[in-house]
Design a protein around this ligand. Sequence first.
Ligand code: GAF
Length: 383
Amino acid sequence: MDMTVASSAAQAFRDAYGAEPTGLWAAPGRVNLIGEHTDYNDGFVLPFALPQHVVAAASPAEGPDWTVCSTFAEGSVSFGATEPGGVEGWAGYVAGVVWALQEAGFEVPPARIAFASDVPVGAGVSSSAALESAALTALVELGGLELPVADRPALAQRAENVYVGAPTGIMDQSASIRCTEGRALFLDCRSLEVEQIPFDLAAAGLAILIINSNAPHQHVDGEYGARRKSCEEAARILGVPALRDVDPAGLDAALARLGDDVTRRRVRHIVTENQRVLDTVELLRAGRIREIGPLMTASHASMRDDFEITVAQVDVAVEAALAAGAYGARMTGGGFGGCVLALIDADRADETTAAVERAYAEHDFTAPATWPAVPGPGAARLS
Ligand code: GAF
């Protein structure tokens, strides 16, 4: 990770509170290799952690309150015990974590925290989950709370779902907290069991290029919630607990039982996407990384045509990367903007970037930022 973020958090702490922090905790952003919108359907996902982090510099404080500040917003925010929605803006994600811990019966230590981040905001790489995960990890460790790592993502998710009010699944917090270096996190979102899948791109002469489409993306808006609702409604009609329970072999029969074409396409995305995650995991277990490319591209087509969550900027980036020789390319994250992942030969990053830039210029889109991603570790104490 870039240690200047840690230095910034420590400096922000000193500036705001006039003391040294007790410790620094870092939680990463993520990209999802494959498995989009499958998490809230009890399905499978395969994210890995980015080298970009939110860092929390924190110390215990006197009194019943929490005070938070950051390098990305003016001023500081203090709050005591609050109810969902009680604190708004970025600090609400931290207040939500305090609330979720308290609601689960933990004595959360009053604390002063300063945050810094190099996770791009609005790029679909989980800046909010990284903020929640950094706050949670810092508070759990500062207070010596007995909360096993495997149980932490659900609490951070509750902060986001109930306190902040975004109806997201459990993938992002799981990735930020449970990922490990050099691996992709194969997560069963029903059992919450994980398998750390080796994902050594460099050894295979490959790279994942992240292309930030610059089309801003948002969760607390209607489209994400609408997709979730239509999946839940389809599961109800099909008489299954979640779309994960629709057998791909019986997909056509299941689709025939659904009344409208839009719902049929939503269901087809989820069922086929779950299978693509399983197929990707099989290939990675066998060390056949290059061969996951077509699954990535098929995932993108499914998001574009069936789930209808892509926008022109991400479609153009995918097409341009593929035309430049990528083995596969797809949008990652919740959709309506955000980032594209392209699986490429390690020495083709510049050519691929140039090809996407040319395509963007032709469409009058703002030039994309690109960077290669290597799977990093999940949330941890730095010092
Ligand atoms: C967002 C959500 F937060 C995740 O839970 C997941 O549903 C993702 O979109 C789509 O796969 O990042």
